[in-house]
Design a protein around this ligand. Structure first.
Ligand code: NAX
Length: 324
């Protein structure tokens, strides 16, 4: 029998955790024939709630679920982990400055990175969902010098899926008709959803919509969708975020054509090396590769640069705080 894959989920008692764990246990993260064990990491106050979720997982009698462990110790949670989904983070509270937010998250993602470095399996793959996701991923990575840098990624797949859905609705086509969508930069309001390489029925999407819609409706709708969900639901995106995390890891492990993921830059497209920035990517042999050779026009260049500048500022801020 196949050895189960150990999947560690942090913030397991939160709302994304609740939407995510059942899908992992049912085989949607890695494949319908891959047994898994789940490791749930929470802060002490939330361990009991995580135990409740584990009871429900038990009650599903998932054929692929071979064990559940619940802990508040990252060294235990990441021990032997093959996949780590870093969902738990410190949210921005009213009156919090960016420096405070980065510092609080440094206190979470630094130690988790070190625990991954010291205890995870050799094939560990990390997806950071907790915000600010790109910079939290950078912090974790910088505390894991023994793990190949490329194993640390951040999630822009939700932004990607939002962009697909907005464009599909505008053009009244199924999402499956849309190829080569790209989110560039930071998972933040500066992100740039790029329609200049996106293809719909063999045509470039940017040529199928008017420029005003692209600039004044499409880009801000995708970038501010998280805020619109909070406004409508009274809570932030959870099931859609969990869905995107499933898509990201499934595609990373099993391979995919063109999608978007925030991965460490190799300097492509003028993004400074080492920044964890969203790119057009494919996955081959279990590795993300940046799609090369795209022409970037002035409109796109300006927007990619603005988002990358924000990532550089976040990196400089965490450096100054001694977090990396
Ligand atoms: P919740 O507040 O419902 O859950 C977060 C959980 O993390 C809580 O149970 C908390 O106890 C736990 N936690 C906090 N510190 C921890 C630590 N040091 N170790 C382990 N667990 C810890 O938030 P939820 O709605 O689940 O969102 C989680 C994160 O995802 C937030 O940072 C949120 O901003 C981020 N998001 C990222 C998205 C993306 O596309 N990258 C989209 C959705 C979401 O907004």
């Amino acid at each position: 029998a196949q050895t189960p894959v150990k999947v560690t989920v942090t913030g397991a008692a939160g709302q994304i955790g609740y939407a995510l764990l059942f899908r992992i246990a049912s085989g949607q993260l890695l494949g319908a024939d891959v047994p898994v064990t789940l490791s749930l990491l929470e802060i002490p106050q939330a361990v009991k709630a995580a135990e409740g979720t584990a009871m429900e997982l038990d009650d599903c009698a998932f054929p692929l679920l071979r064990g559940i462990e619940i802990t508040d110790d990252p060294n235990v949670a990441f021990d032997g982990a093959n996949v780590a989904l870093l969902v738990g983070a410190m949210p921005r509270k009213a009156g919090m400055e960016r420096g405070d937010l980065l510092e609080a998250n440094g206190g979470i993602f630094g130690p988790q990175g070190k625990a991954i470095n010291d205890h995870a399996a050799d094939d560990i793959r990390v997806l950071v969902v907790g915000n600010p996701a790109n910079t939290n991923a950078l912090i974790a990575q910088q505390h894991a010098p023994d793990v190949p840098a490329e194993r640390f990624t951040a999630m822009t797949r939700l932004d990607h899926n939002r962009a697909l859905s907005q464009l599909a609705a505008k053009l009244q086509v199924p999402v499956t008709e849309i190829k080569k969508m790209t989110i560039w930069g930071n998972h933040s309001a500066t992100q740039y959803p790029d329609l200049f390489h996106t293809e719909v029925g063999g045509k470039i999407a940017a040529e199928l919509v008017d420029e005003a819609w692209l600039r004044d409706t499409f880009i801000p709708t995708v970038a501010k969708r998280g805020a619109a969900i909070i406004e409508a639901r009274g809570a932030s995106s959870a099931a859609s975020a969990a869905n995107a995390a499933i898509d990201h890891v499934y595609d990373w492990v099993n391979g995919t054509e063109w999608t978007s993921a925030a991965i460490p830059s190799d300097g492509s497209y003028g993004v400074p090396e080492g920044l964890i920035s969203s790119f057009p990517v494919v996955s081959r042999n279990g590795k993300w590769e940046i799609v090369q050779g795209l022409e970037i026009d002035a409109f796109s260049r300006e927007r990619i640069d603005a988002s990358v500048r924000e990532l550089e500022e976040e990196r400089d801020a965490v450096r100054q705080l001694g977090l990396i």
